[in-house]
Design a protein around this ligand. Sequence first.
Ligand code: ZN
Length: 343
Amino acid sequence: MDMYLYPWQHDLWMNIVRRHRKSGLPHALLVSGPAGIGKHNLSLNIARWLLCQSPAKNDHNEDACGQCHSCQLWAAGSHPDFMLCQPEEGSRQIRIDNVRKVNSMIFQTPQISQCQVVIIKPIDVMNTNAANALLKTLEEPPGESFLLLETERFGSVLPTIRSRCQRISLSIPAYEESLAWFIGTGVAEQDARRALQRNGNAPARAQQWLSSGIGEVQEQWVAQLMGWTKRQAQLGKVADAWLKLEFSDVITWFYNVSCDMMKMASSGDAGCAAEHLTFAEPVTEISGYVAVDKTKLITFQQKLQRILGQILSGAAHHNKSLTIEVLLLEWQELAIVRSGVSS
Ligand SMILES: [Zn+2]
């Protein structure tokens, strides 16, 4: 049977199990927390277990059995009482049509299992029409059905949705636990530590960052940003190179770099301890030859945050290369090469 749960989720999982044994789980759960810590894995585990016809139980654990008809259909990816609702390919929003499919499934009786389960992710990218179509279902879920909603941006979930759900809030696991898990997957300790550092200590995200090669590309971005800051690189070339990955990753990266620069600039002569920085080595290097205008940097950070919010909510369509070029030009305005640094 596929394992979904990460080691740091065991206690949380047992709380969920005990609660269900005692009084039954609420029918609408909102699973929230930062990216890359296993929210979706938790939802999947809850779904498979709720659907399972004879969960395996002992005093210390309970989970889906992996063998019943329901578990077999689950493993085959064709369980008729389960639905995963997420933005369609090429879209970032959940639309009313997607919600209508959820509603029409959930108002039927279960075919195999004793209940139906729908996972909706991410719930914060739902427009008002779609949300309205979901509200009645959330309010009075028919029969034995469960809705598991996921979000990285709890504050962006519509209040009408939030108020109809019970929240399960996940946070970044303890560093040593993440590190031990990461090394246990066969990653060298040094790589694991660096990946965790670059990804806000979110272990699943760090793993993906390392295995997908995003990490290597980002190290190149740093070199390109340095070249650009020193006026040695061409605007178009830097922008093109950055656009080879997801736009939201580029903006997130630039935002993290600018936060590090702010910490460096604010910590004075003593410098900022590496563990407080996402990109400690490269940012320390950049700070060695540029001074930042803090006021402009704050405005710049706010702009990056705004753009990221727009991307994640699916609310705006940016001209990506133009946006990056403008950001790079603004960066040159705020990062002033220290005198005495040769170009
Ligand atoms: Zn089963």
